[in-house]
Design a protein around this ligand. Structure first.
Ligand code: XMP
Length: 532
């Protein structure tokens, strides 16, 4: 049985929610809120929702928002099977309009589009509002819509109104159908998570059985069933995902797991030492530590094109890993038949495309892609149902130190893509020090956990400065810090000027080779998080 089939079998024991994705930017947030309420859920693009509904057998369905208008020809609809099945349904924004339209109501193009903060007034009690919203009171919500429901489908009644959306919340309590015009999954709707929790527990009556403790026990059982007595190879990147996957697999099969950690010479300060100490010292997990900095740095010498740098690193990584795997196979205990990867749920969700066609490659991301086919190994991906925040909870559950679990994401090609242009060991050493000082200041300011990712970039530009009585001609260091939900879009972090001044002063004083520091205030899009 494949890994995916096994997981599916185990999942049959849980109460599940299906989220039909109509292409909203925040569909993943709906899923995270449902999971936070202790209920397992999956997302399916509307084009595949009928198959997903049949395969998952969910006990409730949520219809997401989306950019289309139900008034346009060929705009997406929910599969009829969902309405025929009798399961409770919650429609959000576009999902509300789809529900109204498919159930016999009417949607009209709104005269006043409504974006941003709004207030709704509750006009009727409902299980959806129980313990959260009271009749006759007003509450803040986040609206983002042009169309609005104009005529209710049969069986529905209005439960809340707003100035521009008189039909802000509607419900058919006999059929357990509810629909909201606002986005209850975003933090700008302060009571949104509680309303979603009411939908899954009070309206749909689902069990609160999705906990990381339960997941851990199920994952251990499923890893054992999948690999039997086989050996598993796991590439560690220094990041949270591969570390949590390795520790979980070790809890399941002990020494049948071998980890390989390739130090390509482009890691952050102290990173290699931390990984080795954690795995060998703390957990006693077999770890092959490959010191390959010379090989990588000599292949990268003189290379300035970002894509070429990424490709060289990716190729060398696969070759190095491959060679180590052969060595492991020759120890008399048999060749590993499985390759473990820290793939997460956002990597496996199929995103909705309205325009079709291939998307442009912005960057070739590198992890251990290409290895499984080349090495004829089966994949073990125990985290493929989890979101990043759930992986962190699982990491804590498995005893990983907090400093490791809470780490910012770090890209596979490492500091190579934070040193635009050519890379030299000297530049990497300067960057490493500046980055460590910057992160130290962020930690001291208590900001590490509110920032998605922060790092220093060493620009291939030299500038004139004056230090003491002398002229300097040194590099420029750019500081980057962003907030993000999933790395797909990001905003720059609005530090106080005094923080930036402090970080800049320390970097220039403590890191020889840098004489100017600048702060990057670009969001993504139009920028990307990394500079290459
Ligand atoms: P960008 O720069 O594309 O980055 O906005 C989005 C997120 O992905 C990380 N990143 C990578 N992660 N291999 C990885 O494992 C890569 O090649 C890679 N390139 C970018 C980046 O750090 C950010 O979190």
């Amino acid at each position: 049985m494949s890994d995916a089939d096994l997981h599916q079998e185990i999942m049959t024991r849980h109460d599940k929610v299906l989220i039909v994705d109509f292409g909203s930017q925040v569909t993943q947030l709906i899923a995270r809120r449902v999971r936070e309420a202790g209920v397992y859920c999956e997302i399916a693009p509307f084009q595949k929702a009928a198959e997903a509904f049949a395969a998952l057998a969910p006990k409730a369905v949520i219809l997401s928002g989306g950019p289309a208008s139900v008034l346009e020809d060929n705009s997406p609809r929910a599969p009829q099977a969902i309405f025929d099945s009798g399961v409770p349904i919650l429609g959000i924004c576009y999902g509300e309009q789809v529900m109204a339209e498919q159930l016999g109501g009417k949607v009209a193009a709104g005269e006043n589009r409504e974006f941003g903060r709004a207030e709704v007034e509750v006009i009727s009690d409902s299980p959806l509002f129980e313990g959260v919203w009271d009749k006759g009171k007003r509450y803040p919500v986040w609206m983002s819509h042009g169309d609005a429901v104009a005529e209710l489908p049969q069986g529905f009644q209005r439960l809340a109104t707003s100035e521009h959306a008189p039909i802000a919340v509607i419900g058919d309590e006999a059929r357990h159908y509810y629909a909201v015009q606002f986005h209850l999954e975003v933090v700008h709707t302060p009571d949104g998570a509680k309303l979603l929790s009411n939908f899954v527990h009070k309206v749909a009556g689902l069990k609160r059985d999705w906990t990381m403790g339960a997941f851990r026990a199920e994952a251990v059982a499923s890893i054992r069933a999948q690999v039997g007595k086989g050996r598993v190879l796991c590439g560690l990147s220094g990041g949270v995902d591969s570390a949590v996957a390795a520790v979980l697999i070790h809890a399941a099969i002990g020494d049948q797991l071998v980890c390989v950690f390739v130090d390509h010479g482009m890691l952050r300060q102290g990173e290699a030492e931390e990984v080795v100490a954690l795995f060998r010292g703390h957990y006693n997990i077999p770890l092959v530590h490959v010191e390959a900095a010379d090989v990588f740095l000599s292949a990268l010498a003189g290379v300035t094109d970002p894509e070429q740098k990424r490709k060289i690193i990716g190729r060398l990584f696969v070759e190095t890993f491959d060679r180590e795997a052969e060595k492991i196979a020759s120890d008399g205990r048999g060749a590993p038949a499985f390759l473990a990867q820290g793939t997460l749920y956002p990597d496996v969700i199929e995103s909705v495309s309205f325009h079709g066609g291939p998307s442009v490659t912005i960057k070739s991301h590198h992890n251990v892609g290409g290895l499984p086919e080349r090495m004829k190994m089966q994949l073990v991906e125990p985290l493929r149902e989890l979101f990043k925040d759930e992986v962190r909870v699982l990491g804590r559950e498995l005893g990983l130190p907090e400093a490791f679990v809470g780490r910012h994401p770090f890209p596979g090609p490492g500091l190579a893509i934070r040193c635009p242009g050519g890379i030299t060991p000297e530049k990497l050493a300067i960057l490493r020090k500046a980055d460590a000082v910057y992160l130290d200041e962020i930690r001291k300011a208590g900001l590490y956990d509110v920032i998605w990712q922060a790092f220093a970039v060493l620009l291939p530009v030299q500038t004139v400065g004056v230090m003491g009585d002398g002229r300097t001609y040194d590099f420029v260091c750019a500081l980057r810090a962003v907030t993000s939900i999933d790395g797909m879009t990001a905003d720059f972090y609005p530090f106080d000027m005094s923080f930036l001044g402090r970080a800049a002063t320390r970097i220039i004083n403590e890191v020889r080779g840098i004489n100017h520091v600048v702060y990057d205030v670009t969001s993504k899009p139009p920028g990307t998080i990394e500079w290459e």
